[in-house]
Design a protein around this ligand. Structure first.
Ligand SMILES: Cc1cc2nc3c(=O)[nH]c(=O)nc-3n(C[C@H](O)[C@H](O)[C@H](O)COP(=O)(O)OP(=O)(O)OC[C@H]3O[C@@H](n4cnc5c(N)ncnc54)[C@H](O)[C@@H]3O)c2cc1C
Length: 404
């Protein structure tokens, strides 16, 4: 089934936690309840053909033996084969321009030989922007697609076998996790630099994290920033390159490997600046998840959206709210009365201290819903397999069997 038909398109951009969950939920609970459901088609577009358990990247990058690869990477089209023919289409491609005035999105489609073909322009009836965010290091998610990610892992692993001194930059959970995994793997040859370690967690928990890192041989540099990297592509385009790092305290470090795990950059450059916040995220109404100023039936969820802090638990609690509001707007557009369509559902972010951070293969720190968790519990819930136990139901849509 192609997109060349006159069905009303519900277009979702980005095939990860936000996009895949929204697609399953709409196909199960919204589209069947619209008048004439067959006149709609859900179109999911993603740069990657597969989806992945992204939190597992800090350990997965070390070796394919760390996780069952068929659980780590899952085919998006196969996850949606369960729906009626014609109701769903997956296209591998990259959104390049959103024309929200004329309600079209331009997409550069990827051909089966991995090259890109001409751009197609898709007219949407409703649009969900869930293109997430990319890290400066390509080792930590899909900066392009699964082929590019796996190629970068292969190059990194070859260099890792010889590496003696590694620097990880970045004070967030991913930086700490990467440093912990590499520290354990190398048994004391990783270094780690961050301006402020684990800022989402209280200082006492961050101090415990630092103690665990030290036991793995990881040295933490405080209030230190990398100001220059030579060659400039080390850690980004060239994941296996030796580098010379200049720090803002004047120190110079020669390192075998450099991993910039500093802040993620939203994948939103295809959207007009008028719809973006200064930090690059899509300006989203934090209650209704509609994009501010984008016209009717445009929404955003996940790391691309300004609605909440980027985290999977926030996405999971946004999905039912977002989909209820999309369903309401689609019913209204189909001529149903406001009474029949119902009221908006309102999202409210749970801002309590919540973050679990494994440190190596047996320890961890963190808190959930404001409660500090002991190391063992962090290991049990996350450190054992970095959430891989949760993604099966998410990708297959089973998590969304019931309307919630
Ligand atoms: C190393 C690491 C560890 C993490 N650990 C945790 C954790 O333990 N717990 C937690 O809650 N969160 C964690 N996070 C954050 C979590 O991964 C994100 O919140 C989550 O992945 C966001 O999902 P998303 O759907 O918004 O987008 P992403 O996961 O960023 O995916 C975006 C998708 O859109 C595609 N795409 C990008 N641009 C385009 C385009 N122009 N057109 C079409 N497709 C496009 C990409 O290929 C990708 O498939 C971690 C992040 C990292 C990097």
């Amino acid at each position: 089934m192609s997109i060349a038909n006159d069905k009303k398109k519900i277009v979702i951009l980005g095939g990860s936690y936000g996009g895949i969950s929204t697609a399953h939920y709409l196909l199960k609970h919204a589209v069947p309840k619209l008048p004439d459901p067959k006149s709609y088609q859900l179109v999911l577009i993603s740069t990657s053909l597969q989806t992945m358990c992204r939190p597992a990247a800090p350990r997965a990058l070390i070796s394919d033996a760390m996780f069952p690869q068929d659980k780590l990477f899952v085919s998006i089209p196969e996850s949606f084969a369960q729906y009626a023919p014609g109701s769903f289409v997956f296209e591998q491609g990259t959104a390049t321009a959103l024309d929200h005035e004329n309600k079209t999105v331009s997409v550069l489609l990827t051909k089966s030989d991995d090259s890109t073909s001409d751009e197609v322009k898709i007219a949407y009836h409703a649009l969900v922007i869930s293109t997430g965010a990319s890290t400066p290091s390509p080792l930590l998610g899909f900066t392009r697609d699964e082929t590019a990610l796996k190629t970068s892992w292969v190059a990194f692993r070859i260099a890792l076998a010889e590496a003696k001194h590694i620097v990880v930059a970045g004070g967030g959970a991913s930086g700490v996790e990467v440093a912990g995994e590499l520290g354990e793997h190398l048994n004391g040859r990783a270094g780690y630099g961050g301006a402020r370690i684990l800022p989402y967690l209280r200082p006492a928990i961050a101090e415990t994290a630092e103690m665990y890192l030290a036991k793995l041989g990881v040295r933490t540099l405080h209030n230190t920033r990398v100001t220059a990297v030579v060659p400039a592509a080390a850690g980004t385009e060239e994941v296996a390159a030796n580098a010379t790092l200049t720090l803002d305290n004047g120190e110079t470090l020669r390192v075998d490997l450099y991993i910039p795990a500093t802040g993620a950059i939203p994948n939103t450059t295809f959207v007009s600046e008028t719809l973006r916040c200064p930090d690059g995220r899509i300006n989203t109404d934090a209650s209704t998840l509609r994009v501010v100023g984008a016209g009717e039936r445009v929404y955003s969820i996940g790391d691309a959206s300004s609605a909440a802090r980027p985290a999977i638990h926030n996405i999971a609690s946004m999905v039912p709210v977002l989909c209820a509001n999309i369903k309401r707007d689609l019913l209204l557009a189909a001529g149903q009365s406001a009474q029949a369509a119902g009221n908006d559902r309102i999202f409210k972010e749970d801002t309590r201290e919540t973050q679990l951070v494994p440190i190596g293969r047996s320890k961890g720190v963190g808190a959930a819903m404001g409660m500090k968790f002991p190391s063992f519990l962090v290991w049990l819930i996350k450190g054992r397999d970095y959430w891989l136990w949760t993604t099966g139901n998410l990708w297959s849509g089973k998590q969304w069997t019931k309307e919630s």
